[in-house]
Design a protein around this ligand. Structure first.
Ligand code: EPU
Length: 428
């Protein structure tokens, strides 16, 4: 059944909210468990739909997965022989399924992974993933909608320079290289904290990896890995979402478990705009100053730059800030779906190529809107909080993919938000 959020605007969000492990790390760590026979345990795993889909995919490969969303623990019992085909039905539901590619080629010498279709935030190629595996000695081609990779005699370490620091390609090359013969050097690697988290898991499994978190990762292949226990790194995008929620609603939120050091660029921007940002013993706190905060320009970049995943929140923030701002998207082609929906709420924002020009207005005006992906959905909810009257945000299943019990967390901070069935004209 489709659901929507009903929001009455006007509350300044205040109080404490906790963040748990990062979606974009947990999914990759689950896939990496394939590398070792036996029971790998992950803790601090978020209670989100994407984890359930990844569990299904791993089960289809023969892994016994025990996922308890309440405790945030996933136990993956990997058999000696695992399957190697990631079915289209599952990959279509979860693009991050592509992260089984590296572990499968490394562990079984073959992988057939359905090519994910386009999605709402632009076309995302797999050329760097494929080139990386080819450099390690695999043959890679696309057949009947599947990326087919084979390395019957194993992989061999080499030097790989990525044209662009792709997160997914860095991860697949890293998880393939840990069982390759000899040394692999990944140059111009992505530096996201989730890459470091993956490398930490791999090292816990007995892999030899140095330099994760920098642009040059060095991997010395080992023959076999062993299962381990690992806690997922806190979700910096969820933490950043709360930072923007505090600023946009002119509130005061302490983000428990949030890592300010993983959010330097966005928190510095919020500070310059008039917020107080404080690192506390339990996380960090963002408190808006009196009056309207200043609009600020944003240009998304790979980590440690301003994250593309926080871009929709920056647009929603600027929509009610004082002044005008240019928001530039440098990572994904079509990640401006939020803008047309924000316009329905009375925002003054125009898209021009990969830029959006936003002129702040004092208040938005509640209306029904539709979320098209995780981040744009959550950003529309925050916009609804600064809209006069009632806002209905449809497509809540997108938000559920990334934010565990989002409306409960919002209510804990004083928001008037409820979840309800969505009317569907096609249902009867
Ligand atoms: N790209 C290529 N070829 C490749 C790989 C990437 O052209 O082989 C391009 C993509 O088309 C895109 C850009 O490079 O334009 C960035 O892609 P990247 O590989 O870095 O991103 P990703 O691994 O596909 C992850 C997150 C995204 C997040 C980006 C950027 C996961 C599951 N997804 O995607 O998160 O936006 O990194 O930080 O980890 C989300 O959580 O909502 C989300 C979309």
């Amino acid at each position: 059944m489709r659901e929507r959020f009903r929001i009455y605007g006007g509350a300044r969000l205040a109080g404490e909210v906790a963040v748990v492990g990062a979606k974009n790390s947990a999914l990759k760590l689950m896939a990496a468990a394939l590398l070792a026979e036996g029971r790998t345990t992950l803790t601090n795993v978020p209670a989100i739909a994407d984890v359930t889909i990844m569990a299904q995919l791993l089960r289809s490969l023969g892994v016994d997965v025990d996922y308890d969303p309440d405790s945030g623990v996933v136990v993956l019992d990997v058999p000696e022989t695992v399957g190697h085909r990631a079915d289209y039905r599952l990959v279509r539901a979860l693009r991050a399924s592509i992260s089984v590619l590296g572990p499968l080629v490394a562990r079984t010498g073959e992988a057939d992974v359905a090519v994910p279709g386009g999605d709402a935030i632009g076309s995302r190629g797999l050329d760097l993933h494929a080139a990386g595996l080819e450099a390690l000695g695999a043959s890679v081609h696309v057949s009947h909608g599947y990326l087919v990779a084979a390395a019957p005699h194993g992989l061999s370490g080499t030097e790989i320079r990525l044209e662009f620091p792709s997160v997914g390609a860095t991860e697949n090359i890293l998880t393939a290289a840990v069982l390759a013969r000899g040394r692999t050097v990944i140059d111009n690697a992505a530096r996201e904290p989730e890459i470091e988290d993956l490398a930490d898991l791999l090292v816990g499994m007995g892999a030899q990896v140095t330099g994760a978190g920098t642009s040059c990762i060095v991997v010395d292949g080992v023959e076999v890995l062993k299962p381990t226990t690992h806690a997922v790194v806190p979700d910096r995008i969820a933490a950043g979402t709360w930072a923007f929620a505090a600023a946009t609603t002119r509130g005061d939120i302490e983000v428990l478990g949030g890592r300010a050091d993983h959010l330097r660029a966005p928190l510095a921007a919020l500070e310059r705009a008039g917020c107080t940002v404080e690192v506390t013993g339990r996380g960090f706190r963002v408190a808006a100053g009196p009056g309207r905060l200043a609009a600020f320009d944003v240009a998304t970049l790979p980590y440690p730059g301003f994250p593309t995943d926080l871009q929709p929140f920056a647009i929603a923030y600027n929509a009610v800030a004082s002044g005008s701002a240019m928001v530039t998207e440098n990572l994904f082609e079509a990640r401006f779906r939020t803008v047309q929906e924000l316009a329905r709420l009375g925002a003054d924002a125009q898209v021009d190529g990969h830029h959006v020009m936003v002129h702040g207005v004092p208040i938005l005006s509640g209306a029904p809107v539709e979320s098209s992906d995780i981040r744009s959905g959550a950003a529309l909810v925050i916009a609804g909080l600064v809209a006069e009257g009632e806002t209905l945000v449809s497509g809540v299943h997108h938000i559920d993919r990334g934010y565990p019990r989002f409306e409960e967390a919002l209510r804990g901070l004083g928001a008037d938000v409820s979840r309800e069935p969505d009317e569907d004209l096609w249902e009867d």
